[in-house]
Design a protein around this ligand. Structure first.
Ligand code: COA
Length: 464
């Protein structure tokens, strides 16, 4: 990483103290120690609890000041009434960052206590939270959360204002084989905010994209400025909740956020070059495509399918989203014609017909991927009784490998159990694959949006 900032201590600390570490399994202060111990973190781990000798076989300290070694990060998991004292102790010890897990601050109306804690910490101690489930960072193998112990390593840094949603997604990203480079539960954002984290992850070599679940912003100007700089290096996708009046009200009682007028957010995201997703499905679909593909170099997209209907659905979706299925050149049409059944179509969508096997998919994908007049491929497959979807999946993987990731390619596998198996195999191999044609087109839309953004930057434009 090029330049250190004062939030680096949250991700690659030398020593971590857990204030409120507990011997009792199931308690938050116990689970955090267990996760840090099991995650493979190689720095020092120092449980702090005046009432325990050891926690999970680690020596336990009465107070953080009793730890002789360097402690640059503290995870605080004591009841709200004890947080002030814990923060004072951290400041005395020279700790640089504190993750305050404890709830019971501005989200329940106690702004005063939250402000007091932050002012005690300033200027030397940065705070994540309060009201957070912690931080996971694959780069240093640090799982300082009370979430799942096993998290799949991936390329996306996920910043979440909702704890429970973030906890659920920690498991889900592993299950769905997406993986994450980091998860930060940002809680009430009393000090460290989205902008600080966007700046950090834009410099983080293990992060390719940034995904944010946001309910509200305290300092919009700071966030949009940080994002404007960051999108030049990496895409940012935001799920902004509280679109409706009732949703905004719910966000306010959840994390004390002022959701603000939704249209203003939409315009500001657009201006900053941030992609706003409708919800979780779309956000993860986009992220998956962006992580596993280069941005297209132009706008010419080709759809290859073995099902006419899927091709039509995909074309409709392309039209709706402003994507341009390319007009295929005559020589390309002839090359495709020479190897496809006469009852197929060599227009775009290219319909290989239900007779198409893995070998035909492989050949046609090779033809379109090597063309300089094609910029991206949407490969669709409908399960039929005569073809094994896993073979077609392998053909797509092989074609992508031969293309050496020069062009973006997304796929959809539609069908039953065998299609599911094919789909899972492709996900494991980091291929952007989806269960419907529409979602594959949406994924290509995200790639095209990134292409347009990069072209805009190249032409000397600012974000947007
Ligand atoms: N320093 C260090 N540890 C201390 C302490 C001190 N000064 N004083 C007490 N402790 C110990 C306690 O003895 C206890 O350990 P034990 O289990 O060995 O007795 C431990 O700290 C925790 O204190 P306890 O009173 O048992 O609190 P708790 O574990 O029931 O709850 C929180 C503490 C932080 C988990 C709780 O207040 C809370 O905020 N829960 C919600 C968290 C949450 O949802 N966050 C947002 C997620 S998105």
């Amino acid at each position: 990483m090029s330049k250190k900032s004062d939030v680096d201590c949250f991700f690659s600390p030398k020593g971590v103290a857990i204030v409120g570490a507990s011997q009792t399994p199931g308690k938050i202060g116990h689970e955090i120690v267990r996760n840090i111990k099991l995650s493979g973190f190689t720095g020092g781990v120092f449980p702090v609890n005046p009432n325990a000798e050891t926690v999970l076989d680690l020596k336990c300290y009465r107070n953080i000041s009793d730890v002789q070694a360097e402690v640059d990060l503290a995870v605080i998991a004591v009841p709200a009434g004890l947080v002030e004292g814990a923060v004072r102790d951290c400041v005395k010890k020279g700790v640089k960052g504190a993750i305050i897990i404890t709830s019971g601050f501005s989200e329940v109306g106690d702004k005063g206590l939250e402000e007091k804690v932050v002012s005690l910490a300033r200027p030397g101690l940065r705070i994540i939270g309060p009201n957070t489930f912690g931080v996971f960072y694959a780069g240093s193998r640090l799982n300082a959360t009370f979430g799942p112990g096993k998290v799949l390593r991936g390329k996306t840094a996920f910043i979440t204002q909702s704890g429970a949603l973030g906890l659920a997604l920690m498991d889900w990203t592993t299950e769905e084989k997406y993986g994450v480079s980091a998860i930060v539960s940002i809680g009430n954002k009393a000090d460290v905010d989205d902008a600080d984290l966007v700046e950090f992850f834009s410099r983080d070599p293990s992060t390719s994209s940034i995904l944010i679940y946001m309910e509200g912003l305290r300092d919009g100007r700071k966030f949009f400025e940080a994002s404007r700089r960051a999108v030049r290096k990496k895409p940012i996708v935001v799920i902004k909740a509280g679109r409706s009046a009732r949703g905004a009200q719910a966000a306010s009682s959840h994390t004390g956020s002022i959701a603000g007028q939704d249209a203003i957010f939409t315009a500001a995201f657009e201006q900053a070059g941030i992609m706003r997703a409708e919800g979780m499905t779309q956000a993860f679909d986009w992220i998956q495509a962006l992580n596993e593909n280069p941005a297209p170099k132009g706008e010419n997209i080709v759809i290859v399918t073995n099902g006419g209907g899927l091709g039509v659905l995909a074309t409709d979706r392309c039209e709706l989203l402003g994507l341009k299925p390319a007009e295929l050149s005559n020589d390309l049409k002839q090359e495709i014609q020479a190897i496809t059944p006469s009852f197929g179509s060599v227009k775009n969508p290219v319909d290989l017909t239900a007779n198409a096997d893995d070998a035909l998919y492989g050949k046609v994908l090779d033809l379109v991927l090597r063309r300089s007049d094609i910029d991206g491929v949407i490969a669709l497959f409908c399960q039929t009784a005569n073809i094994d979807p896993t073979l077609v999946a392998q053909a797509m993987l092989d074609a992508r490998a031969r293309d050496a990731l020069e062009k973006p390619i997304v796929a959809a596998f539609v069908g039953g159990h065998l299609s599911q198996v094919a789909y899972s195999r492709m996900l494991e191999k980091k291929f952007a694959v989806y269960p419907t044609a529409e979602r594959a087109v949406d994924a290509m839309y995200a790639l095209m949006a990134r292409h347009r953004q990069l072209e805009h930057f190249k032409a000397g434009g600012g974000a947007a």
